[in-house]
Design a protein around this ligand. Structure first.
Ligand SMILES: C[S@@+](CC[C@H](N)C(=O)[O-])C[C@H]1O[C@@H](n2cnc3c(N)ncnc32)[C@H](O)[C@@H]1O
Length: 217
């Protein structure tokens, strides 16, 4: 275990969680600027919208106990969730591809990964995930869905050929209406198993046929 690196990631995460406390204020400013216009991702350009620390810690355990190596993340924001993924793959010798639509957020995430000393583990792809993850060739051990919810289904379908029988799909914000629609569609496919975990807000879907899944919850 690389304790020095873990410490560096932990310090970066502490700093980011402190900063994310002001998310609501930043979101309100974004809305005020765009008043009377439809809400777009740019309204959230200064807002983290991150997973919680508890979710991050569960993700780390999930990665380590199932030896997850190849991770794809939809929705980087400023990189909080990605840093938890990095804590996991440090132990499994894995790596992460993460993608973010808004350039300024992606640039900030890249800086955060440098501060945490984990840039070598993370490839950041800037742009629309439907483009940046197109023609993905490698097998995926875990897909973390945490971008705009109406894209969960097309992204899932696009990457489905890269899933194997032990692939995890971690779905954040399972209680949101677009996510529910997505889950309804996937739930009709008998080749997937659902596990609602972490306080019911997250669903883990995995391909059926996996016999050695180690639960961490
Ligand atoms: C909920 S936030 C991600 C939070 C992050 N996973 C974390 O926990 O720190 C969702 C992010 O998805 C990004 N996003 C939205 N649509 C996208 C798209 N089509 N392609 C890539 N990123 C997108 C947004 O800009 C936003 O930063």
């Amino acid at each position: 275990m690389n304790t020095e690196k873990n410490k560096q990631i932990g310090e970066t995460l502490d700093h980011l969680f402190k900063d994310s406390k002001y998310d609501m204020v930043k979101a309100m400013k974004g809305f005020a600027k765009g008043a009377f216009k439809p809400i777009t991702p740019s309204n959230f350009k200064d807002v983290y919208l991150s997973i919680s620390k508890a979710q991050g810690e569960d993700l780390v355990r999930l990665i380590k106990s199932n030896n997850i190596q190849n991770i794809v993340e939809f929705g980087t924001s400023f990189g909080i969730s990605t840093l938890f993924l990095a804590l996991g793959v440090l132990e499994t010798n894995g790596s992460i591809i993460t993608t973010e639509l808004i350039d300024s957020k992606a640039q900030k995430a890249i800086e955060n990964f440098e501060s945490a000393g984990v840039s070598d583990l993370i490839e950041v792809r800037i742009g629309d995930a439907l483009e940046t993850l197109k023609n993905h060739e490698d097998s995926i051990d875990m897909l973390l869905l945490d971008g705009w919810k109406d894209l969960y289904l097309p992204i899932f379908k696009m990457l489905e050929p890269n899933f194997h029988e032990n692939t995890f799909i971690y779905v954040d914000n399972a209680n949101m209406s677009d996510t529910k629609e997505f889950l309804k569609v996937i739930g009709q496919d008998a080749s997937y198993l659902f596990q609602t975990e972490f306080g019911g807000d997250v669903v883990i879907i995995r391909k059926k046929g996996a016999h050695n899944i180690k639960r961490v919850w």
